[in-house]
Every structure is written in C-alpha cells, then in structure tokens.
Design a protein around this ligand. Structure first.
Ligand code: DC
Length: 224
C-alpha cells in the first residue's frame, strides 16, 4: 500500500470547498487540487474562440486542442492553458456559466481524467470537485461531501458581492445557485452525488474554522 494520502471533497457550488480545502491543505502540507479550475480553463479556451457552449461537437473539438498543466508556487495552484497562466481569467460569471454547461459533456470530462488521477498518484492531495469521491478517486482515504443550504450559500455570496461593491439581488443569486445545483446533479456523467462512503459535513451553521477543524480531525484519524 502506498504512503500517499488522497482526500476527496465534493459538494455543490458555494459550499466553501475551495476555501476549506486550501486551509486544510496548508495545515496538513497537502497539495490542493482545484479541478473546477481545469474545467474553467477549457471553457475559457472555447469562449475565446467564439464557440457556443451548446455546440457540443465544436466544444469537444476545441477542448481537444487544449493542453492543460497544473503548477504550484507557494501552495497556489496555477492553471496553464497552452502555456499561458489563466488564473486571472477563469472566475467571471460568464465563464462560470459556460463551464457549468460544457462540464456536462462526457468527452470533456474524459480529457481531464488522467491529469486529475496522476496528480493524486504522485502527491498527498486534497482534491475538490463534483465527482472526485465517486469517480476520479474511488479509493480515496477520506471522502467529504461538503454542503450547505441554498439560503446559507446565497447569503454568503450576496455578502461577498456587496462587499466588493456590486449591486446584486439575493433572489437572483438563489435562483442561480438552484439552477447550478440542478445542472451539477443531473449530468449524464460526473453528476454530483454523495459517495456511499463519504462523510457529509453541512457548513450552513458552521464557521470556516469549525469546518477546518472537523475535516482536519477526520484526516488525523485516517488509518493507513
Ligand atoms: O468548483 P467550480 O465552481 O470552480 O466548478 C466550475 C464548474 O465545473 C461547475 O459548474 C461544476 C464543474 N465541475 C465539474 O463538473 N466537475 C468537477 N470535478 C469540478 C467542477
């Protein structure tokens, strides 16, 4: 048995997966792998080439032209798309919506499968996504399903956007979260679901520190 430790964190958008996974990775000296960023890089490439997300054939053809590499500097993950660091371009609302649509195509998911599995083979990772525990790393040492109610997630996002000075509508944010959940959970391949052996953590009424402490405790109890 290898000494490598793999932790999978799945859950809906806005549950705090990346915030929590980053903090836990730092605390435990693991590599944080953000798989959503890989899908976002593919979406960026298609979007830059004027492809419509509904055009499955063209999306697949374009994704086939993408070379995605992942690099780490001081614990920060950089997504390198055909040689370019695209971290600063993949977090817009437009790319979020685009990504949500193209990540439903099975062929698009296939493109990223080996990259994700190879990172986990060679490193202690905490990998966040939607199908990590159920499909990418079925033998992960620990699987977490991190969730929060729609209203808790919407309130957090509303607060974040208001703090950035954006004029946003709470009901619209809620609707957007519900739509995204629906798309995430009803994919033909890679749908978001709770793995049979996952530990569910509901962060609705928990602080970030509390969630980090709970997951760190679960990691400490892993038996190799
Ligand atoms: O985690 P995120 O919001 O950055 O993910 C962006 C999109 O990619 C989101 O719509 C879900 C999708 N995704 C996926 O289908 N599978 C993953 N492993 C990670 C993300």
């Amino acid at each position: 048995m290898s000494d490598i430790i793999n932790i999978a964190i799945d859950g809906p958008a806005g549950a705090g997966k990346s915030t929590i996974a980053k903090l836990v990775a730092k605390k435990k000296n693991f590599i944080y792998v953000d798989t959503g960023a890989m899908y976002r890089a593919l979406a960026l490439f298609c979007s830059r080439n004027g492809i419509a997300p509904e055009d499955e054939e063209k999306v697949i053809e374009n994704c086939g032209k993408c070379d995605i590499k992942i690099e780490y500097k001081d614990g920060v993950q950089y997504v390198i798309l055909n040689g370019e660091n695209v971290n600063d371009f993949i977090r817009t609302e437009e790319i979020s919506r685009f990504t949500s649509m193209i990540s439903a195509y099975p062929k698009v998911r296939e493109i990223l499968l080996d990259l994700q599995r190879n990172l986990a083979k060679e490193n202690n990772v905490i990998m966040d996504g939607r199908d990590i525990g159920t499909n990418i790393l079925p033998d992960a040492d620990l699987k977490i399903y991190l969730t929060a109610s729609v209203s808790a997630r919407a309130n957090r996002r509303y607060k974040e956007q208001c703090e950035k000075g954006y004029d946003v509508d709470l009901e619209e944010i809620k609707k957007d979260i519900e739509d995204r959940d629906y798309r995430d959970m009803h994919k033909e391949v890679g749908a978001l679901k709770v793995a049979d052996d996952a530990v569910t953590v509901d962060s609705s009424d928990m602080s970030i520190d509390e969630v980090v402490a709970e997951i760190s405790g679960l990691i400490d109890n892993i038996k190799k």
